[in-house]
Design a protein around this ligand. Structure first.
Ligand code: FAD
Ligand code: FES
Length: 367
């Protein structure tokens, strides 16, 4: 068994090294000359040096395609329709495409290498996505593993987003990464605050972006972000709501609750917030302020591993255990889930079993 595991690890390590070498060889040796990119029948056109990936090349030209995985081919968000050029679709792309998309020529722009002229069709809304220069005006530990990053917008000075949406944060080249990388972070602050945003970022062991943000980022630093992205936002209805968040997954839920308070949207809503122990709970004051403004907001913190010193007499177990105890008939509910993918899979399964219609369950998986 051990030999098998070691064998698999060495094969995946070898594949990673080969992929890096291939990428480096493309950068150094491949010369595809100038390539013409035509978007939406000439609405935008530019000539660029060939050889790069379409997603990054478009970004360099100020055209931002939604992406949540930093171009690693694992989020499936960076779809564009390639009307001409682009080469054959790759096996890394097909799992994200349905038959109609395959027929139309939909591609994952992070997987398409620019080897010649291409003609693209993208939704007009993508032209509204912008890059923002921002400055770090605050860095605050919220828990032992979560930091709040407070960014003030420099240029453009205001961001318009739907509460629940996310931005991409550019991590510059640093000792942990030989090139800039992008990662998705949900906006935790209210959309009414247009000149600044707050992000809530969990440290991931050996993570490229989170190591940079937790150990290297300083107040006063400039940071490039782009966005906003995503379709995780409040739907207009009068249905009672259930919100389920784990860890930093609280961020977009909080932004949605701020919106409900600002716009006097008084819907019954239960917020389940799952963390390990009491020290991992954060934004408690903000949640209690929101409860003062939203009389029908109920808050259920759930600890999966309470410590003896926590003296906890609230809900325990997985957050979904508490939801199972709290929701018996979900036929009228609308659900908003955010955080760890395993929790979201379990919550979707539970909620559909309790009668919540799948088209009324909205989620963002942080992974
Ligand atoms: C739409 C969206 C919104 C997001 N919003 C937030 C947010 O508001 N706050 C936040 O903290 N994160 C958020 N994330 C996750 C974030 O984008 C990064 O994936 C995360 O910060 C890890 O980045 P990294 O570069 O540090 O790790 P990487 O260098 O990308 O990964 C290092 C290793 O850790 C593993 N890994 C990656 N992420 C996790 C994880 N979460 N837990 C355990 N292992 C992991 C990887 O598989 C890899 O093996 C969001 C993700 C999405 C898709
Ligand atoms: S950017 Fe995530 S799949 Fe392309």
């Amino acid at each position: 068994m051990m030999t098998l595991v070691l064998g698999l690890l060495s094969i995946s390590g070898l594949c990673a090294v080969l992929a890096l070498l291939l990428e480096a060889a493309y950068a150094v040796f491949a010369d595809y000359g100038p390539c013409r990119i035509t978007i939406n029948e000439g609405a935008k056109e530019f000539t660029v040096k060939g050889g790069g990936r379409l997603l990054g090349t478009l970004m360099d030209q100020g055209v931002f395609i939604p992406s949540a995985c930093g171009g690693r081919g694992s989020c499936g968000l960076c779809k564009v329709t390639v009307l001409q050029g682009g080469g054959p679709i790759l096996p890394t792309e097909t799992p994200y495409m349905n038959d109609e998309e395959l027929r139309r020529g939909t591609r994952l722009s992070c997987q398409v290498r620019l080897r010649g002229d291409v003609q693209l069709q993208i939704p007009e809304a993508f032209f509204l996505i912008k890059e923002f220069r921002t400055q770090v005006v605050g860095l605050k530990p919220l828990t032992p593993s979560i930091k709040e990053v407070h960014l003030k917008l420099i240029e453009p000075q205001e961001i318009v987003f739907k509460p629940g949406q996310f931005i991409q944060f550019q991590v510059p080249e640093y000792e942990g990464s030989s090139e800039p990388v992008y990662r998705a972070y949900s906006i935790a602050s209210p959309a009414s605050l247009k000149t600044e945003i707050k992000l809530v970022i969990t440290r991931v062991e050996r993570g490229i972006a989170t190591t940079y943000i937790h150990d290297f980022l300083k107040e006063g630093d400039e940071v490039l972000i782009n966005g906003p992205y995503g379709d995780f936002y409040l739907r207009h209805s009068n249905r009672p709501m259930v919100m389920i968040g784990t860890g930093s997954g609280l961020a977009p839920l909080l932004s949605i609750l701020f919106q409900m308070a600002d716009e006097h949207i008084d819907r019954p809503c239960t917020l389940y917030f799952g963390v390990r122990s009491r020290q991992d709970l954060f934004y408690q004051e903000e949640i209690h302020q929101l409860m003062g403004m939203l009389p029908r907001l109920r808050y259920v913190p759930v600890l999966s591993q309470p410590l003896a010193e926590d003296h906890w007499d609230g809900e325990t177990g997985y957050v979904t255990d508490a939801v199972a105890r709290g929701v018996s008939d979900g036929s009228q509910l609308e659900a908003y889930l955010c955080g760890n993918p395993l929790m979201i899979n379990a919550a979707v399964k539970l909620l559909t079993e309790r009668g919540v219609s799948e088209d009324r369950i909205f989620f963002d998986k942080f992974g």
